[in-house]
Structure formats: structure tokens, C-alpha cells
Design a protein around this ligand. Structure first.
Ligand SMILES: CC(C)(COP(=O)(O)OP(=O)(O)OC[C@H]1O[C@@H](n2cnc3c(N)ncnc32)[C@H](O)[C@@H]1OP(=O)(O)O)[C@@H](O)C(=O)NCCC(=O)NCCS
Length: 266
């Protein structure tokens, strides 16, 4: 559960300004992911992203950056969208709602600028991220990318292939508007579920148990790759008291899709 940290009310979420704030994003990226330098998104790309219509949104404790969300513009089937490449919160400030606040700031800015869609990828083994994306933000996932980035130097990846789900956040869909603007969670007619054991974090972090994490990844990869071509999408996520997670797959009854140049939904 998100709780209130002493001082969290003083954190402001706003667009980053000036080169020093972008430099702070690069430093926080290194702290959060622990990438080798060669894998880091460099300062210059933050500068470019900001100048070409992306978003660099920060969470600030006074002048100190404690989180950031970075997105760049993309285009598919002739339609522009925003691809959110990174969302990071400093360890000490996690689970106080800052990640969600930065995503909502991304949405506000995207809507103001006429975007319907934001996308990002996330590791389907990360229980917390799946909950945030599907349950708290209302994103859906219906595409699976095997070893998306190739090998990663980040310890968060635990040496596993970088499999990712693609989150689609249809900013004006009934699902998202109901959830975020009216506080109504979507009803899901579940046709299939895909489980992630709570131990996955420990398994990824331990060389001795990594093969167990790899087995879960492989099994779930096959399940997603079978389910998505059948028209199923990951629409919900449940976690139990022990911390186990499971994706809830069903059919999305809205027609938002970037495969068609013209949206059928409205
Ligand atoms: C992902 C990340 C940005 C989230 O930021 P955050 O400020 O902690 O997120 P929030 O507090 O807004 O939301 C976290 C939610 O996950 C929940 N959560 C935390 N641990 C969880 C777990 N083990 N299982 C399920 N849910 C969990 C929190 O309770 C909260 O949900 P709630 O609002 O329903 O209570 C942060 O954890 C991070 O920097 N992680 C490392 C980098 C990363 O993975 N980035 C995302 C991929 S690009």
C-alpha cells in the first residue's frame, strides 16, 4: 500500500528545466539501474528529448531530484505518440505515490498537447511495476517483446533476457478516464491468468536460484505469446497477501489501436 512519508507533501512534480536538472536525471538513472556507463541514456539524449517534444518530468525535494520520468515522441501508422522510456524514484522515496504522480503529470501534459497514446515497456516479472501500470494507471498490454534490449548490465535484470511487455496507455479511453478521472476500476471478464511468484525478486538476485527465475520467465513468455494472438490482453493484475502476482487476461472491449490510422473509438 502507498503510505505517506514524512515530507512527501513537500515533493513537487514538474518539468525539468536547465542542463543541471537533466544532469541530475542521468545521475539518478545510474543510481537506480546501476547500469554500466555504456548502457546509460546520455545527457545529450535527455537534451534532445526535451527539445523534440518529449517529456522530462522530475519529482523534487526542494532543489534535489528524487525521481524522473523521461519520454520521447514516436510515430506508428502515421500517428504520433509518446514513448516513456524511463520512470525512476530514489529508493528512499519509493511507495509513496511519486511514480504514479509523475505518470499522471505525463498524462496531463500529453493530453494538453493532443496525444491519445503513451507507451512504455516493462518487465513482466516485476510484480510492483505490473500493479502500478495495469491497476493504478489503467494501461493494458497485448504485445510481448522477447529479449527487447539484448543483454543488460543492470543488476535489476538479474542476468535474464530483457523480455518486456508493451504497456499501452490510451489516455482518453473509457477505461483510463473512468479509472483516473472518475475513480471507477474496470470490470474484467477474465479468460486466462499468468502467475508470477513473490520469490522472483530473490531468485533474480541470487546466482544459485537464477535458473528458477529463468524458468518462470520462459513459461510466462510462452503463455503471453500464445494468448496475445488470440485477441487477449493483460487488463488487470492481482497480488495476494504473500506478494505473489498474476496477470488477468481478457478481451478489451474498446477499439483504440494504433494499427489503424483512424481511431474507431470516438
Ligand atoms: C517503478 C518505480 C518508478 C515506482 O515508483 P514509486 O514511487 O515507488 O511508485 P508508487 O508509489 O507511485 O506506486 C507503487 C505501487 O506499487 C505497490 N507495490 C510496492 N511493492 C509492491 C510489490 N512487491 N508487489 C505489488 N505491489 C507493490 C505500492 O503499494 C503502490 O501501489 P498502491 O498505490 O496501489 O499502494 C520505482 O519503484 C523505481 O524507481 N523502480 C526501479 C526502476 C524501475 O523499475 N522503473 C520502471 C520501469 S522503466
Amino acid at each position: 500500500m502507498t503510505t505517506t512519508a514524512p515530507g512527501v507533501e513537500r515533493i513537487t512534480v514538474r518539468k525539468c528545466e536547465g542542463i543541471d536538472e537533466l544532469r541530475a536525471c542521468v545521475a539518478l538513472q545510474k543510481e537506480v539501474w546501476g547500469f554500466d556507463d555504456v548502457d546509460l541514456v546520455p545527457l545529450r539524449l535527455f537534451v534532445v528529448g526535451q527539445k523534440i517534444g518529449g517529456q522530462i518530468i522530475g519529482a523534487f525535494d526542494g532543489k534535489d531530484l528524487v525521481g524522473f520520468a523521461f519520454s520521447i515522441p514516436g510515430a506508428r501508422a502515421g500517428r504520433a505518440y509518446l514513448h516513456s522510456h524511463m520512470l525512476a524514484v530514489k529508493n528512499a522515496w519509493r511507495n509513496y505515490g511519486l511514480g504514479r504522480r509523475m505518470k499522471l503529470a505525463q498524462r496531463d501534459d500529453a493530453l494538453q498537447r493532443g496525444f491519445d497514446l503513451m507507451e512504455w515497456t516493462f518487465d513482466p516479472l516485476e510484480i510492483k511495476n505490473a500493479h502500478l501500470n495495469l491497476v493504478r494507471l489503467g494501461a493494458i498490454a497485448r504485445r510481448y517483446s522477447v529479449n527487447h534490449y539484448g543483454d543488460s548490465s543492470s543488476p535489476l535484470q538479474g542476468g535474464l533476457p530483457t523480455d518486456r511487455l508493451v504497456a499501452e496507455w490510451w489516455l482518453r479511453s473509457e477505461r483510463v478516464v473512468n479509472l483516473l478521472d472518475r475513480g471507477r476500476a474496470p470490470h474484467i471478464q477474465m479468460e486466462k491468468s499468468i502467475a508470477v511468484p513473490a520469490e522472483i525478486y530473490a531468485w533474480k538476485a541470487s546466482a544459485a536460484d537464477r535458473s528458477k527465475a529463468a524458468e518462470v520467465q520462459l513459461r510466462n513468455r510462452q503463455e503471453f505469446l500464445q494468448a496475445f494472438p488470440q485477441g487477449l490482453a493483460a487488463l488487470g493484475y492481482e497480488t495476494d497477501a504473500a506478494g505473489n502476482g498474476r496477470f488477468l487476461l481478457g478481451r478489451w472491449n474498446e477499439k483504440w489501436s494504433s494499427a489503424t490510422a483512424k481511431l474507431e473509438a470516438r
